[in-house]
Design a protein around this ligand. Structure first.
Ligand code: FAD
Length: 507
């Protein structure tokens, strides 16, 4: 495939509508022309029924409605799902509280006389709740303005795309969709011997805290674990990260991960890697002791379980359908998010793709376009943008240097540090770097941009240029022509790419 066949990380695939009609024609529930024939007279009819109102579900519903489809959206709890109510948004709201506290602590460096008298976390909690409520209201308003039929209840799928809804008010309703999208998301994983409750929490409980725990142990040094570590360390807690792998943030480019580890050390976050947790027990003073197969125990007031999330297909029914669930609980789909059941798609955290809200959005668009017979673009999962919002932030698209080499590429790499960037100095946030990995041309020069990896101030907001470069399969020479505003943090990406041309200003 040639480079410009790619559009924003996606590959164009034009479906053969005639072929799919012909395929549909022989199936149960379709007449000879491939039109749906098995309408259930007792079920309300929709073009699309969506189960789950998280990012995947609401994006599907709104996108389909804006394309003129008659849509039912079923949610058992609160619209917005994990991301809005128990994930991305509340976690970032607390990271911002932590940033405010950090700024006060460093205010004297700017000549500002300010001292923190501590953080009233109940105020931070109320602020978070206002942000979440506002966004939930916004989504509820969109269901009305886009004329999406919203059902507050638990949806379960049976044959012929019929969905029974156990409504929150105790009644039962039945709907049928010409198409169905399953988007029931995920829930936190737990481990045996660590019953959730009291001082042992998952992200769900942590995000509802109204006081800041003194000593926190976080089991799991992945993205969510590191975000919590950063938040609570900046809020004054004593934090220990416990990770079974040899390093935290496994999978990250080591140059990037090292910056996080060094900055976490400055925050006095203790990191215990390569350890196996064996249990926990309550101490007479109310604290919790975590034990390991080898090594000293960790004593803390709150344990945060952050060992990933499992897909939540538990309430989906699926009896009488050909939807397959694998042994890890993921609904099995093809590259177009189609399940084994005709006209039933699955998206988001429920399927085995990166558990990110924006990936769920992309899959929602893909599924809706495909069901409408439009030209579709499968998501290229190895090029999606990733963002970790701890301090320092991390963001990347495309392979790390190690991954690019392991994939058989000869590469040319450039790294530039934020400590030489004027805007970073002005902000007082100089930890971090930008690393660009490019394919090596035959003459040894740098060619196509493969990966862009960043760590430092506001890099989650700076990744967009790198994401475009990677997904457009742009060359170093092309990107080096781009003009970045001065003074800006994004100049560092520009300079890193410029240096790959063999010339530079500042390096
Ligand atoms: P969900 O958001 O889990 O939504 C599924 C919905 O389906 C839920 O509301 C659930 O109640 C409902 N449901 C389930 N079963 C049924 C049923 N049978 N009938 C009706 N309704 C049902 N991602 C990012 O991209 N960026 C971040 O910064 C980020 N930060 C995160 C921080 C934390 C602490 C956590 C926990 C997650 C974070 N994520 C982040 C991940 C992100 O939240 C998920 O990838 C995203 O929410 C997945 O969307 P989804 O629609 O697939 O599922």
């Amino acid at each position: 495939m040639r480079s410009r066949d790619f559009v924003g990380g996606l590959v164009a695939v034009v479906p053969d509508v005639t072929l799919s009609r012909w395929l549909d024609a022989g199936r149960d529930g379709y007449d000879k022309k491939g039109k749906l024939s098995e309408r259930d007279p007792l079920a309300d009819q929709f073009d699309l029924v969506v189960i789950g109102g998280g990012p995947g579900g609401y994006a599907s519903a709104f996108y389909a409605a804006s394309a003129g489809m008659k849509v039912a959206l079923i949610e058992r709890d609160t619209i917005g799902g994990t991301c809005l109510n128990r994930g991305c948004i509340p976690a970032k709201a607390f990271l911002e509280t932590a940033a405010a506290n950090r700024h006060v602590a460093h205010a004297s460096e700017f000549g500002v006389k300010a001292t923190s008298a501590g953080v009233d976390f109940s105020v931070s909690q109320a602020r978070k709740a206002r942000i979440v409520d506002g966004l939930v209201k916004g989504l509820s308003g969109l269901t009305k303005s886009k004329k999406v039929s919203y059902f507050l209840g638990t949806g379960s799928l049976e044959a012929n795309r019929i969905v029974n809804i156990a409504m929150a008010d105790g009644s039962v309703q039945k709907v049928q969709g010409s198409k169905v999208i399953l988007a029931s998301g995920s829930v936190p994983r737990t481990i045996k011997g660590f019953p959730i409750g009291g001082s042992i929490m998952t992200s769900d409980e942590v995000l509802m805290l109204s006081t800041i725990p003194k000593r926190i142990a976080i089991i799991g040094g992945g993205a969510i674990g590191c975000e919590f570590a950063s938040t609570f360390a900046d809020l004054g807690s004593t934090v220990t990260i416990i990770e079974g792998a040899p390093k935290i943030l496994p999978g990250l480019d080591p140059d990037v991960a090292n910056v996080v580890v060094k900055t976490f050390a400055k925050k006095q976050i203790a990191i215990r890697t390569g350890v196996v947790v064996s249990g926990q027990n309550k101490q007479p003073d109310g604290s919790t002791q975590i034990t390991f197969t080898t090594g000293d125990p960790v004593v803390c007031d709150v344990v945060i379980m952050s060992i990933g999330r499992r897909p939540f297909a538990d309430e989906l029914g699926l009896k009488g359908t050909a939807v397959k669930v694998d042994d890890r609980g993921f609904v099995v789909v093809d590259e177009l998010c189609r399940t084994g059941e005709p006209d039933v798609y699955a998206i988001g955290d429920l399927i085995n793709t990166p558990q990110l809200a924006h990936v769920a959005y992309a899959e929602a668009i893909l599924a809706v376009k495909h069901m409408r017979g439009e030209s579709v673009v499968p998501v290229m999962y190895d090029r999606v943008p990733w963002a970790i919002y701890c301090h320092p932030e991390v963001a990347w698209a495309g392979p790390s240097e190690e991954q690019a080499r392991a994939a058989g590429h000869e590469v040319v790499v450039a790294k530039h540090q934020f400590r030489a960037n004027s805007r970073a100095m002005i902000l007082g946030e100089t930890d971090g770097l930008v690393k660009v990995i490019a394919k090596k041309n035959r003459d040894g020069s740098a060619g196509q941009v493969l990966g862009v990896h960043m760590v430092g101030p506001w890099v989650t907001e700076q990744l967009a240029g790198g994401y475009l470069a990677v997904n457009w399969e742009a060359s170093v020479d092309e990107i080096a022509e781009f003009i970045m505003p001065h003074p800006s943090l994004s100049e560092l990406f520009g300079e890193t790419v410029l240096s790959l041309t063999g010339r530079s200003f500042n390096a």
